[in-house]
Design a protein around this ligand. Structure first.
Ligand code: GLN
Length: 486
């Protein structure tokens, strides 16, 4: 059994439970795979083999004691903005290059409680600002389907690790598309839960009204298992929702006959690749074949404003959140200058990358006196309109189906010097983020040999319906756990 890294988490669980192999063997298989492909993929900022083997031994003990969960012994990649006590956490930034957190994030605590095995901290765009991982201070990750292409971002390392067999499942974070877009570009499944479903305690903040942690995996079942593990109320995050949680696994394998699907017109725009459009059309036919009622007449006219709204609100919140990196409290510090102010200026100038500085400047401008009403406040008002349009749509439809990204994976270097071209990549994922709605990206085939993602958006806390739709679709298409040759 040398190819254990090829298994999904639920297959691995069966193997562990029936004693076909041990958690240590499974972990060793993933670590060997990492050794073989990581130099080409660069999915990780930090690999944690020692931690992983220690956790794998504990996992085997849990199987022996009969206290295993579905994630016990499963090798997981953790995005490097999720703080892990004693393990360096950089958020992809020089300014946190040597930051060793003194505590665990809520989601990592949940993984530990479940007995999962952490194999590394995944690469990402600096502070999650980007769509390609090219803004990582530690160099870009490469798409396992074609190493000259980006894996998407900002959770590109997490998605690439899942697709390359360098973990079985991963955690990412999504502010405007950072789980769904890389999942789409790497041919895996990614879910952005409802805002408030997963605690942000111990997540390095970017845009606090948008940030949400979620899972990436090779099939819907694995993503659901991870979502169940990390969700739930946490009093340490004031926006964490106290609603009781449905067990999402309960919604796997359901018949979706009669499901009402809205397809918003505004998501079929210029700039969308023909191959992407063709796969989405075929996907809609698959849903019709499953007995769903597909309505292509839905209009969400404010969709086009989501980009502007997001790029005012997210940078505004970022400019406030990133004020804490002053060279005094933690992280990189340049103290070679005369005054406190000079030291702070040089610390920030040297510690942050260009995209992060751009966002801080944009956000500071939008929040400044005289501009606040025209930019930030206006953006919040349009955000409400976008919400209302979605709410009206959910009066008529159970879920909405759209493409995840207008294009397949693009070459490394193609958009990195053109911020607007990079921002346009998130045109389909931003609206649900702005509204705080749950959404999932599932593979829907290939275009010119590269994966295309289908996005399913649900109403607030209606993860059950997007899971039902995604799982039924995945089964009907017969695409799951398809890994590229590397
Ligand atoms: N690509 C978007 C941005 O650059 C979204 C990133 C994210 O979801 N973290 O802000």
């Amino acid at each position: 059994m040398s190819d254990l890294w090829r298994l999904t988490a639920h297959e691995a669980h069966e193997g562990l439970r029936s004693k076909q192999f041990t958690a240590v063997e499974l972990t060793e298989s993933v670590l060997a795979r990492m050794e073989a492909v990581e130099p080409r993929v660069h999915a990780y900022i930090t690999t944690t083999a020692e931690v992983a083997l220690e956790q794998a031994h504990q996992a085997d003990a849990r199987f022996a004691a009969g206290t295993a969960t579905p994630l016990t012994g499963v090798p997981v990649a953790v995005k490097d903005l999720i703080v892990t006590a004693g393990v360096r956490t950089t958020a992809g930034s020089r300014i946190l290059e040597n930051f060793i957190p003194p505590y665990d994030s809520h989601v990592y605590e949940q993984l530990l409680r479940a007995g999962a095995v952490m194999v590394g901290k995944a690469n990402m765009d600096e502070f999650a600002m980007g769509s390609s991982t090219e803004h990582s201070a530690f160099g870009p990750s490469h798409n396992p389907w074609n190493l000259s292409l980006v894996p998407g971002g900002s959770s590109g390392g997490s998605a690439a690790a899942v697709a390359a067999g360098e973990c079985l499942v991963a955690l990412g974070s999504d502010t405007g598309g950072s789980i769904r877009q890389p999942a789409a570009l790497c041919g895996v499944v990614g879910m952005d839960p409802t805002y408030g479903r997963v605690s942000r305690f111990g997540i390095i903040a970017f845009g606090s009204s948008l940030d949400q942690v979620g899972p990436i995996g090779r099939d819907v079942e694995d993503v659901v298992t991870m979502a169940d593990c990390i969700s739930g109320h946490d009093p340490r995050d004031s926006t964490s929702n106290p609603e009781p949680l449905p067990d999402l696994r309960h919604y796997l394998g359901r018949d979706i006959k009669g499901l009402r699907i809205g397809v918003p017109k505004e998501y079929f725009i210029a700039g969308m690749e023909e191959g992407v459009k063709a796969r989405i059309e075929e996907a809609l036919a698959v849903f019709e074949g499953l007995g769903c009622i597909v309505d292509r007449d839905l209009s969400l006219p404010s969709t086009e404003h989501a980009l502007a709204v997001y790029y005012l609100i997210a940078p505004s919140e970022a400019s406030a959140n990133l004020a804490r990196y002053d060279g005094v409290k933690y992280g990189y510090s340049d103290r070679s200058h005369g005054t406190m102010w000079e030291n702070m200026e040089h610390t920030r100038a040297g510690g942050f990358g260009a995209e992060v500085k751009r966002r801080i400047m944009l956000g500071t401008y939008a929040l400044s006196a005289g501009y606040y009403d025209a930019y930030y406040l206006k953006a919040q008002k349009v955000r409400t309109v976008i919400n209302q349009e979605f709410q009206e749509a959910f009066g008529r439809y159970d879920v909405l189906v759209t493409p995840t990204s207008p294009t397949v994976a693009f070459p490394i270097g193609a958009k990195v010097d053109d911020p607007y071209a990079m921002y346009l990549n998130d045109i389909y994922t931003l609206p649900a983020s702005v509204a705080g709605l749950p959404s999932i990206s599932v593979p829907c085939g290939l275009s010119e040999g590269l994966p295309v993602g289908l996005q399913i958006i649900g109403n607030f806390f209606d993860e059950p319906r997007i899971v039902m739709a995604a799982h039924a679709f995945e089964r009907a298409l017969g695409w799951a756990n398809r890994l590229p040759e590397l």
